[in-house]
Ligand binder design. Structure first.
Ligand code: KIV
Ligand code: ZN
Length: 559
């Protein structure tokens, strides 16, 4: 008989705490950040980083401002050993940066680690062994006492070897791996035994790193565990409480933040949360969360694109478009009402100058991390007239005069109704082009030349225009003078009996910068009372663009 799937799982037991303090605490201090990109992040990659990639990532982590960086598990891999040797031998570790190495509690590995980092000024020796109930039973088959003995033996080995290598200051870090799968009193007992075995000198502290190796519960339970652990720890002043959340339930950032409220002082995590399975806690998100609460995260995240680039190059993975703060769609508004509120908020910010950032829908000034706010206009039959005008300007550099927009709006609406779907920006431009730039009937401009007439005493010089048109299939030549080429052209059309109208609106602008830049002209002509018809023309010569716009308007009127 099949067992119902729901019977395969059970709820994670909550902590039985009568009074918890952390829920009323705030995060008021930046934690000590430790990057584990080069170890936990790296070990979870399909293609682990090469030494070259590790060095590039290390350099960026240093620039970002990390003072503690776990560089690998050098006793377990030749490549990691080689990387660490290069860091030390090439003097690439700045004075204010301490490298951290990971090692299991085995004498041979501990010895190898010491030779890997020999010559380093200071190292955090990260010792770990799994303490979880399940792993003690199914993986190691060891009693609690044996697991404690293993950790203590490891500590004593490190202590002995660091005594033999006085040129390197060794800071001890101990992780009861799978802390959240361990009975809390046992986790406490093993950590206290470790501190006792290390016997720190006055002022010296052991880093106790309490990992959610697998995230198994809601974040509040992790906070309860951290608070319980700290409040029961005997040698509090000899320890720095560090957390190392993974993201199996998708709440690593929340768990880390609540754990900080519960008293943790140090966070191990990675850029954008790379790491085993669903990843480690994302330090960039945590740092940005602090910044947006007015707390300096102590990391220089003013160019997030550079961080994304190094992340993507070294991990061969992509940052999700909706990743907090970093995704490419994070500062993009699709909804019209959001766009409207953001525009108003930005205008208000501009008016009041510097001050608190208060813009609806944008919790962060994108400029602070080297990004820009963008609005995406979706063009479908529900979009307003502002939509297509925005796209024509943004993507094709065309600034339609306000008065022309309702007219093109009707044309475009007919197109939308015929295709019955959302349309791409290029389709808007093609629709505009067909309606305004390609019309040839009944008027087609074949040739257009302008000449400045000789000054005939006192008056400003006149412009003479000679143009050839095809009108309803017949070639027609016109020649006329005016105050400018358009005035002359309009007069010529009237005098030759081809078209009689008033010029109501004229606007032009260049389309691209540069010597061979094109111009676009928009012309509104009046043939009937209160009714303007618009035309548009493009040419590298502005007078020809304007004449084309006149012809375009005439065709639209007669079409
Ligand atoms: O997730 C984990 O428990 C680890 C330990 C080695 C700290 O990465
Ligand atoms: Zn981990």
């Amino acid at each position: 008989m099949n067992v119902p799937i729901i019977n395969k799982y059970k709820a994670y037991p909550p902590m039985k705490i009568k009074k918890r303090v952390w829920p009323s605490k705030l995060i008021e201090k930046t934690p000590i950040w430790c990057s584990v990109d080069l170890r936990d992040g790296n070990q979870a990659l399909v293609n682990p980083m090469t030494v070259v990639k590790k060095k590039a990532m290390f350099e960026v982590l240093v620039e970002l401002g990390f003072n503690e960086i776990e560089v690998g598990f050098p006793s377990a891999s030749l490549m990691e050993n080689e990387f660490l040797r290069q860091l030390i031998d090439q003097n690439l570790i700045p004075d204010d940066v301490t490298v951290q190495i990971l090692c299991q509690a085995r004498r041979s590995l501990i010895e190898k680690s010491f030779s890997s980092f020999s010559g380093a000024r200071r190292v955090i020796f990260h010792l770990y062994n799994s303490t979880s109930t399940l792993q003690r039973q199914v993986v190691f088959n060891k009693s609690k006492k044996e697991v404690i003995e293993l950790a203590v033996k490891g500590v004593l080995d490190i202590k002995e070897l660091s005594g033999n290598n006085p040129e390197t200051e060794v800071i001890l870090q101990y992780s009861p791996e799978s802390f959240t799968g361990t009975e809390m009193p046992f986790a406490l007992e093993i950590c206290e035994s470790v501190i006792k075995a290390w016997d720190p000198k006055p002022q010296e502290k052991v880093i106790l790193n309490l990992p959610a190796t697998v995230e198994m519960s809601t974040p509040n339970v992790y906070a309860d565990q951290i608070e319980w652990f700290i409040s029961h720890l005997n040698n509090k002043d000899q320890a720095i409480i560090s957390i190392h959340p993974h993201n199996d339930r998708g709440t690593a950032v929340a768990a880390a933040e609540l754990a900080l409220m519960a008293g943790a002082e140090r966070v191990e995590g990675t850029l954008f949360g790379n790491g085993e399975r669903t990843g480690n806690v994302d330090i960039i998100t945590m740092a940005m969360n602090l910044l947006t609460q007015g707390i300096d995260p102590d990391l220089k995240i003013n160019d997030i694109n550079r961080l994304i680039k190094i992340y993507e190059d070294t991990t061969e993975m992509k940052v999700h478009p909706r990743h907090p703060y970093a995704g490419e769609l994070v500062f993009t508004a699709f909804s019209g009402s959001h766009q409207d509120a953001i525009s108003k908020g930005l205008a208000e910010m501009k008016e009041k100058g510097a001050g608190l950032w208060e813009v609806p829908y944008l919790p962060l000034d994108p400029g602070d991390i080297g990004r820009k706010y963008e609005k995406v206009i979706r063009i479908n039959s529900q979009s307003g007239k502002g939509g297509f005008a925005f796209v024509l300007e943004r993507d094709f550099g065309l600034r339609l005069p306000r008065g022309m927009r309702p007219e093109f709006g009707e044309v475009f609406q007919r197109y939308l109704d015929s295709v019955k779907r959302e349309v791409a920006p290029e389709e808007i431009y093609q629709c505009f082009k067909k309606e305004y730039l390609l019309s040839r009937e009944p008027f087609e401009l074949l040739d257009f030349r302008e000449y400045t007439e000789e000054n005939t005493g006192g008056e400003s010089p006149k412009v003479q225009v000679r143009a050839t048109l095809r009108v309803k299939g017949k070639r027609q030549k016109i020649q006329s003078s005016g105050s400018g080429p358009i005035d002359a052209f309009v007069k010529g059309l009237s005098q030759s009996g081809l078209a009689d109208f008033r010029l109501i609106h004229y606007e032009e602008h260049t389309l691209e910068e540069g010597s061979d830049s094109k111009a676009v002209a928009f012309i509104g002509i009046g043939l009937e009372e209160n009714k303007a018809v618009f035309g548009a023309g493009e040419d590298s010569h502005i007078a020809i663009a304007s004449a084309k716009a006149v012809v375009s308007a005439l065709n639209r009127y007669h079409g």
